[in-house]
Design a protein around this ligand. Sequence first.
Ligand code: P6P
Length: 333
Amino acid sequence: MNDNNIQLQHFILNEQKRFPYAKGDFTLLLSDIILAGKIISREVNKAGLVEILGLTGMENVQGEQVQKLDDFANSSFLNILSKNESVGGVASEEMAEPDYFTNHTKARYCVLFDPLDGSSNIDVNVSIGTIFSIYKLLKEGECTENDFLRKGSEQVAAGYILYGSSTMLVFTTGEGVHGFTLDASLGEFLLSHEDMKIPEPSKRYYSVNEGNFKYWEKNVQEYVEYLKNSEKPYSLRYIGSLVSDFHRNLIYGGIFMYPLDHKNPEKPKGKLRLMYEANPLALIAKHAGGKASNGIDDILEIKPIEIHQREPLYIGTKSFVNEAIAFINGGKK
Ligand code: P6P
């Protein structure tokens, strides 16, 4: 724990020079995201006590059953960000189309988020998380779909809030990756992990759902077999909650992957969403010294075609990701 115990807003204001976008409105935007995180954290932590578990009976745009907490998390973000004049629009995993705040004529940002990723784990008390991604609007005061269809390298900030044994906010604005832990007694996020880096050498962890093995392409199957049979064996760690699996990667190192699979033979695809899962985590990985790829291209350089598009994801320790790319593309060991 960092002994400065700096509160988040002070950290950003003190470090103004390191946060090129941290004009007042950016700091306020981050504060609003944090407020939503605090509200969601409170509900997640008491989900086991009140009738908020279980399903709403509705489906989201992904065709997935929407858990009540998902719905609550999405509404929390919408309610807060729709009142922030610097936000021109938001896109969410839980919404088929973006919400445009056309009355925000001085808006400078748009926000994409997965309000509660891993929500299928809510009922079994496994850590879940919010993932967010912030872009500057192409034209101040105007937010259109083009503002959302941007390469991940254009993000001005990205982060996640992990609702685990403690609630942690991890984010980057391109100036390092910083972790803040919620002190519930103060209701404040305090700096606990300044300038986080994926350790090199990293723990030899690989993180993948091997239950999908038969649906993977041959090169991917051979790559995972290589990891399992390599001289210095890797250990498998898989929680099934992206933010938790990624956070372990950030702290210990390793590679997380969700390969392209042929479960739907007509439409082989990745499961994870580019714009509000892969891109924000890829920006964090990059600024923590790691890397993220879809197996061929750098995740951050993919030009999106649609907001909910999916991509295979290989993310974590740079040398491990580079090895995976080489292996999968024929450069076997
Ligand atoms: P599988 C959770 O539903 C999620 O979107 C991510 O949080 C997680 O990494 C992935 O799906 C797990 O998918 O197919 O292994 O259950």
